[in-house]
Each structure stands twice: as C-alpha cells, then as structure tokens.
Design a binder for this molecule. Structure first.
Ligand code: ATP
Ligand code: MG
Length: 192
C-alpha cells in the first residue's frame, strides 16, 4: 500500500462519544453463529468494571450450558434466569409457549427496572417475538422506560424491524462457514 490509512482507533472518537454517554440498546441477530457468544463477551467485559449483569434466557435446553455453569459461580455479579422451561425450537403447545414467554418477560421487566444491573441480556427474545408469543410493542414500551444508564442486549435470529429501529447498535451475524455443515456435532465450550 502506498498510503497510510487514517487512524481510526477508538480513541479518535472519545470526545464525541463521551459527550452523550447512555445505556445502549444492542441487538445481535442473523443466521450465523455468535449472537449469544457476543452477548456473553459483553457480560465478561462489564464484569471487569464490577458491574452487575443479568441474563434472562427465553429458551432453555435440556442440558446446562457452559455459561449456566459459570453463572452459578458468579451469582450476585452475573445473575442468570433460565426461564424457557419446556421451550423447544419446535413448538407443540402454543398456549404453554405463550405462558412460558410471558413468564420470562415478567422477569425481563423486573431486571430492567432493577438499577443494580448495568447490563441486561435477553437471550433469544427475538425468537419469541417472531412467533408472536410476545408483542413487539410491549418490548418497545419497556425499552422506552428503561433506566437511562442500563445497557440492554437482545439476541436471536430475525429481529423485528421496529426493534432494530429503536436500537442503537445492530449487528447481523452472517454465516460464512459452520462446522455443522461438515457434519460435526455441537461442541461443549464452543456451542454450549
Ligand atoms: P452461540 O450461542 O454459539 O453464540 P448463536 O446464539 O448465534 O450461537 P443460536 O441461533 O442461538 O446461535 O443457536 C444456538 C446453537 O446453534 C449454538 O450451539 C450454535 O453453535 C448453533 N448454530 C449457530 N449458528 C448455526 C448455523 N449456522 N448452523 C448450525 N448451527 C448453528
Ligand atoms: Mg443464541
């Protein structure tokens, strides 16, 4: 390269960024892997500042994930609420799924109001919105009234457009390659 690119290190933005610091609404969506992982990465970063973090999981698998195990060790700093009992990716009982989603949403509102939490993660919220287990308007309303300093992270495929419009940061994970396609099974420590 015959030229030196302009320095775009984050420090270059510091003055303007701190002028309007506020709790962000962050969405990780898309088909590729990395949505929950990215949210957990933010939790890790926040914990470094001794901030308290809450994760509400809308979908709960049969087995404990690595993050569930870690949450147990960090209770009081990283609080994990696994609300998706009985939820599967393939719904068989609509009424029960709605009830489960609503229960998880009650927990979301509770942690959102609790100003001890500087970062709250609603994992797979987009999933329940997609299937209308919960209305987007309700979520938008809660986000509108959140404590100003609280960062909210929402994950899941197919984030609804109105939610992305309301967000400050939206990243779409795009699959380029996934070991699943080569027939490899989900791996502990990587996928769960
Ligand atoms: P992760 O939790 O690994 O960050 P994710 O939150 O982006 O993944 P989800 O839609 O929540 O993805 O899927 C959960 C599980 O499905 C994970 O085990 C993940 O590895 C796997 N997965 C994600 N993307 C793909 C894909 N494109 N093909 C197959 N499996 C996938
Ligand atoms: Mg996920």
């Amino acid at each position: 390269m015959g030229w030196i690119p302009e320095d775009r290190a984050p420090r270059a933005y510091r003055d303007t960024a701190t002028a309007t610091r506020k709790g962000l609404i962050i969405i990780y969506t898309g088909e590729g892997k990395g949505k929950t992982t990215a949210a957990l990465g933010l939790a890790f970063r926040a914990l470094g500042y001794k901030w308290r973090v809450a994760i509400v999981q809308f979908i709960k698998g049969k087995w404990k994930t690595g993050e569930d195990k870690m949450c147990e060790q960090l209770t009081g700093r990283l609080d994990c609420f696994r609300m998706g009992e009985g939820f599967t990716w393939i719904t068989k009982n609509y009424d029960r799924d709605v009830a489960t989603a609503r229960k998880a949403w009650v927990k979301c509102r509770e942690v959102l109001k609790d100003e001890r939490y500087r970062v709250v993660i609603f994992d797979e919220l987009n999933y329940v919105l997609k299937y209308n287990f919960l209305s987007v308007d309700e979520v938008l309303d809660a986000l509108k009234h959140k404590p100003p300093q609280t960062h909210v992270v929402l994950t899941g495929r197919d984030a609804p457009q109105p939610l992305m419009d309301a967000a400050d940061l939206v990243t779409e994970m795009r699959e380029i390659k996934h070991p699943f396609r080569a027939g490899l099974k989900a791996q502990p420590g990587i996928d769960y």
